[in-house]
Design a protein around this ligand. Sequence first.
Ligand SMILES: [Zn+2]
Length: 250
Amino acid sequence: MIDTHAHLDACDEDAEELLVRARAAGVTRVVTIGTGIESSHAALAIADAHEGVTAAVGIDPHQAATAEAERIGELRELFTHPSAVAVGETGLDGHYGADTLPEQRRLFEAHLELAEALRRPVVIHSRAANVETAAALAPFSGTVILHCFSEPDLLDPALERGYYISFAGNVTYPKADALRKAAARVPADRILAETDSPYLAPQPVRGRRNEPANVIHTLAVLAAERGETAVELGHRIDENADSAFGLGRA
Ligand SMILES: [Zn+2]
């Protein structure tokens, strides 16, 4: 099983401890996600040091109006690194960043250009900005992974465009019926699961710091909703992650 989205550099504990517990739970691979330049360097260093870990590098939308965004040009050289598999996370956040949407949009478009030029998949954060996110992605021809999918309204355009849809711990919350219904509609070859560690712990461990081992709780809910076994769906998600992130390439 793979956790397709964790911030190992933002977790309190050492990656090694988290990965030991993940492996004990059957989670043998993690994509760790950079949220800025230093964070992306840290993500790559963690990936280098640990079997089964790869990295996405990017500057998150929350920093779009800060000096960090001016370092966007530094991302390109990070892709000479063999552990760098994806661009992101990037996107638009109208919930925490309603006042910086123009800056977010510029930073997002710069990430999309990079992903297009390097032919890498892009990991998307979209919150309370569905229409704008869909519009910005429309001309992008590469692989799209919608991380922490939380906006059922975005499902139809996403499915039409063949995006990968990754579900996080919030799909396990009691009030998340609409999200669970959305999960049941994602085609077998497009569904992914993630923790978004250290955030968003799934229901059985809600309120604690999240970690990659906990992706199994999200997997269990997704499988139940889809009428599949967790083992079947776990294998399927492993295969989907290989395709989405280009893992297992020589
Ligand atoms: Zn994230």
